[in-house]
Every structure is written in structure tokens, then in C-alpha cells.
Design a protein. Structure first.
Length: 321
């Protein structure tokens, strides 16, 4: 085997994510990075961004799933008495029902143990599962150009029966009961199957409404149900409806965190897996990059959309036009 072939094969291993390498000194331990501010007290900035999923992102660099990363960050923060408040910087259209609920649950548990305020700052989008997670906070800011809302559940599936017939493929399933193959992408959905799925969606929807009721006690159950028809809201509409508390920027959220925590000054910090090489600020992204072919960001990652490749139905708190 020639050297050129060896190098080609090695490159293919890296490109396809078969090899994971930690190139950062210090291993995978999270490190605290100061962003701004002074004093001994700290406000922790946590990112909730992208499609919410329990899948681990993989590629040339490995990154834990979002629930795993949040749990890790909150575990560190729980032991640090200087953490006096948390800011959630949310930029997400939502994701799977379970991942949304896990993130919400972990934040609620942290508040129960530490009793520190959590302030949310929604950036471009905080819809569906993104809004669900925000319900764990004590005060919600939205950027003037934010899109939020989309309170509801969507089930994604597909029907490939016509396509399979065109290519001459006829799938067959042997099942233990008449509803075992419900949601199969290889045939049309039956009325009774649709009714079963609708019941499941309705139950998950009611859970969403309950979470919103707990997070927005200023709204009645009737008002929430009227607002929760799946529509999206601009920041001004969300403010008028009572879905958020204030329209403002990330600096305003920091000021509100200080006010809630009764602080006159504080450092704003975050946790990252690599030593800072640049002068970070409150708008910096702290997620390690994933790489794939040709240089090569965001290739070979597992996302909510990637899960659809299985063809199985997926229940989601997600805005997906």
C-alpha cells in the first residue's frame, strides 16, 4: 500500500467521524471563563441553542448532548457559592419532547437546591421547546426581533407507500397486534391509528400547558390555552400577551439578574472545554466546533432532523414550518 493511499484512508476515517480526538490541552473538563464584570460574585451564562435533542454530537471533536452538558454545568454551579444568578441565552426552535422536558427539569432542580434566580434572554428564536425551557426562569427577556411562542406538539412522520410502489418494493411486517405497526412509513395511516396518536399528542400538549401555567402565573389557564394554538409571536406581541416580561438586550438581562440577586457588581462567567484564545464577550459562542468534510463545520452531527431518517414518528415540541 502506497503512502498516498494510507493518507487517503486515514483522512476518510477522520471525515466520517470514526475517530474522535481531543486536541485541547486539559482534557474534557469544563473550565470557567470570565466574560465581563468585576467582584467576587458571579452570574453564570448558559447557552440553550439549536435543535433540542438527547443525541450526542459527534465528529472530529466530541461534544455531549445538550441535556448532558447542562447537567454538567449545573453540577459545577451548584457547588460554587459565588454563583448568584443564571442567565439562559436561548436560541432554539425547540426539539424533542423528552429533551425539552429534561432541560426544564434540571433547571427546576437547580433552583430548588440553590434558590438563585434564573433570567432568560431569548435571541433570534425561542419557540416551542425553547419556550418550554424558558418556563424554568424567573424573568424572561426577548430581543426586539425575537420570534417566540409556537406552544404545542407536532408529530412528524411520512408515507412512502407511493414511492415504494413506483420502484417495485412491497414491504411486509409481522406484528403481534393490529396497532403494533401504527405510524409505519410504508403505508397510509388508519383512522383508529390517527386517533391514538392524537390522544398521545393531546396529553403531551396538556403537559406543555401545565408547564406554561407554572412559569407564567400571571396568565389564566383559559388565556394560555387561547395563546397556545401553535402560532408564533414577535417580541411585542409576546409582551402584550404576557408570554414574556420585557423586551430588551442581553445587557438588560444581566442587569435584571443583578437586581434579582441583589448584587451591585458581579462577574459574568461561562463554562467551556477549551482555554480562551480570544477576548470573549457576552455574545461569544462557547460551544466547541464540530467538523466534517472539507473544512468543514457542522457535518456528521446528530440532530432532531437526522432522527427522521428512521422513518418512525417523532413527538416534538418544535416549530417546524
Amino acid at each position: 500500500m502506497t503512502n498516498s493511499i494510507r493518507w487517503t484512508l486515514l483522512l476518510l476515517f477522520f471525515v466520517n467521524g470514526c475517530i474522535h480526538v481531543d486536541l485541547f490541552s486539559g482534557g474534557n473538563a469544563l473550565q470557567e471563563t470570565k466574560i465581563s464584570g468585576e467582584g467576587s460574585d458571579k452570574i453564570l451564562l448558559i447557552d440553550i441553542s439549536g435543535a433540542l435533542s438527547t443525541s450526542q454530537e459527534s465528529g472530529f471533536f466530541s461534544e455531549p448532548s445538550l441535556p448532558a452538558r447542562l447537567k454538567e454545568e449545573l453540577t459545577i454551579a451548584e457547588k460554587d457559592d459565588q454563583i448568584k444568578a443564571i442567565i439562559l441565552r436561548i436560541n432554539s426552535p425547540g426539539g424533542t419532547v423528552t429533551s425539552s422536558d429534561i432541560l426544564y427539569h434540571e433547571l427546576q432542580e437547580f433552583k430548588r437546591k440553590r434558590k438563585v434566580p434564573i433570567i432568560t434572554s431569548i435571541m433570534d428564536i425561542g419557540a416551542s421547546g425553547g419556550y418550554y425551557v424558558a418556563m424554568a426562569s424567573d424573568y424572561i427577556f426577548a430581543h426586539p426581533s425575537t420570534i417566540t411562542g409556537s406552544i404545542g406538539v407536532i408529530m412528524l412522520t411520512l408515507n412512502a407507500k407511493g414511492l415504494l410502489e413506483k420502484v417495485g418494493i412491497q414491504p411486509a411486517a409481522i406484528v403481534s397486534g393490529p396497532n403494533k405497526s401504527m405510524g409505519s412509513p410504508f403505508r397510509a395511516m388508519k383512522d383508529n391509528e390517527r386517533a391514538i396518536f392524537q390522544d398521545v399528542i393531546n396529553r403531551l400538549y396538556e403537559r406543555f400547558l401545565t408547564v406554561v401555567q407554572e412559569g407564567r402565573p400571571n396568565l389564566s389557564a383559559t388565556e394560555i390555552r387561547d395563546l397556545a394554538d401553535g402560532r408564533i409571536y414577535t417580541a411585542d406581541l409576546a409582551k402584550a400577551a404576557g408570554l414574556i416580561d420585557e423586551i430588551g438586550y442581553l445587557d438588560d438581562a444581566i442587569a435584571q439578574a443583578k437586581k434579582h440577586a441583589k448584587l451591585t457588581e458581579a462577574q459574568v462567567v461561562t463554562y467551556t472545554r477549551r482555554s480562551p484564545e480570544n477576548h470573549h464577550n457576552i455574545y461569544s459562542q462557547f460551544k466547541p466546533p464540530t467538523v466534517g468534510p472539507l473544512g468543514f463545520p457542522q457535518i456528521n452531527t446528530k440532530t432532531v432532523l437526522g432522527a427522521l431518517h428512521s422513518g418512525a414518528p417523532h413527538m416534538m415540541y418544535m416549530w417546524m414550518p
